[in-house]
Design a protein around this ligand. Structure first.
Ligand SMILES: Nc1nc2c(ncn2[C@@H]2O[C@H](COP(=O)(O)OP(=O)(O)OP(=O)(O)O)[C@@H](O)[C@H]2O)c(=O)[nH]1
Ligand SMILES: [Zn+2]
Length: 334
């Protein structure tokens, strides 16, 4: 079985980046990123790539498009990303690249105590910042009497947000998510440990998971031939398209995500121009449209408090500030 570029997620956005002098290079999509090696999806299967001198595997994300010397499998260069999901980890200046060129981010939580609006908002801020469309996926709907209450609460987290409740073990889960999947489309799963990401991945992958040339390289890593949840990798979906699983994240810091937070709390952001002072912090100022809306019951005070917390956190440097004269590390994106 060969997979066309389009089936692997190639679009005009990537084609436009390739010069005529690069016509002899093969575009490939990164399937998995390990400490010392990268695998990529070539036309007819997965291959191990060789990195150029000085490059590190951590510079690449699952889902990245790269140009490769077809005979030597030497990675030539990475193409600009359409979307990039990344996060800061505590005490680390560099961001961790989670997934690139995803269309949709499935934020997975379950219809039980895992459902936590404040944490979902953190995921939403990161998703908005990445450029991918967030969708809240509520697993374990089969264990509760009223999943609709969870759907309503999830949808209230952000304007025009989609939320779907399902049983991750049932084949119908794939149908419930079909509108975001399909040939050439890429989705990623994020969420706490135990919410059902692996289960959902297996349901989405279905028979496609058995296609040997697609899983061969991933299998090398795990003697049992199963994907491991500690490494990120790109898996084919039964009906076409790709799904990236990510390990459960215990801490979810939000740094440098003002855009994502602004989208998440659009009902607050939109009031700011109506405040009397252009640089209103909406804390105490007279004529503040945000405080007024809260006082009149048009705006949820809890949302405003959580918005403030995220905005403050986002403005903090990811690590201790550099010594005097030093400059913060440049933002890596695109
Ligand atoms: N009843 C029910 N059980 C589910 C559902 N989704 C997952 N489970 C169960 O919940 C447990 C955890 O699911 P996993 O898929 O391993 O969770 P995970 O998110 O991949 O967890 P990590 O691998 O630790 O990140 C398993 O026993 C699943 O069978 C669901 O929709 N309904
Ligand atoms: Zn204000």
């Amino acid at each position: 079985m060969t997979l066309s570029l389009a089936e692997r997620g190639w679009t005009a956005f990537f084609a436009e980046q390739c010069g005529e002098e690069e016509a002899g290079l093969a575009p490939m999509r990164i399937l998995s990123v390990h400490r010392s090696r990268l695998t990529a999806q070539a036309e007819s299967g997965s291959v191990r790539l060789w990195l150029p001198v000085g490059a590190r595997t951590t510079d690449y994300a699952v889902g990245d498009w790269v140009l490769v010397q077809p005979d030597t499998l030497l990675l030539h260069r990475r193409l600009d990303r359409q979307t990039l999901l990344e996060r800061h980890t505590a005490g680390n200046a560099a961001t961790q690249l989670i997934a690139a060129n995803i269309d949709t981010l499935f934020i997975v939580t379950s219809c039980n105590d895992d459902f936590n609006p404040a944490r979902l908002e953190r995921y939403l801020a990161l998703a908005n910042e990445s450029g991918a469309e967030p969708v809240i996926v509520l697993t374990k709907a089969d264990t509760v009497a009223d999943a609709d209450a969870y759907i309503a609460e999830a949808k209230a987290l952000q304007r025009d947000l989609s939320a779907v409740a399902l049983d991750a073990k049932s084949p119908t889960a794939a149908e419930a998510l079909a509108r975001w999947c399909g040939p050439g489309r890429t989705v990623a799963l994020v969420g706490s440990s135990g919410v059902g990401k692996s289960t959902l991945l297996n349901t989405l992958a279905g028979e496609a998971q058995e296609t040997p040339q697609l899983t061969g390289a991933i299998r090398e890593d795990d003697a049992k031939g199963r994907h491991t949840t500690t490494a990120r990798s790109l898996h084919p979906i039964a009906g076409g398209g790709w799904v990236i699983d990510t390990p459960g994240m215990r801490t979810l810091q939000v740094n440098d995500a003002a855009f994502g937070i602004g989208t998440l709390f659009a009902e607050i952001t939109e009031l700011a121009p109506l405040c009397r002072f252009r640089n209103c912090t909406h804390h105490h100022e007279p004529g503040c449209a945000v405080l007024e809306a809260v006082a009149e019951g048009r705006l949820d005070a809890g949302r405003v408090a959580r918005w403030r917390k995220l905005i403050d956190e986002s403005a903090q440097p990811a690590v201790a500030p550099p010594r005097a004269g030093g400059r913060p590390p440049p933002r890596r994106k695109g």
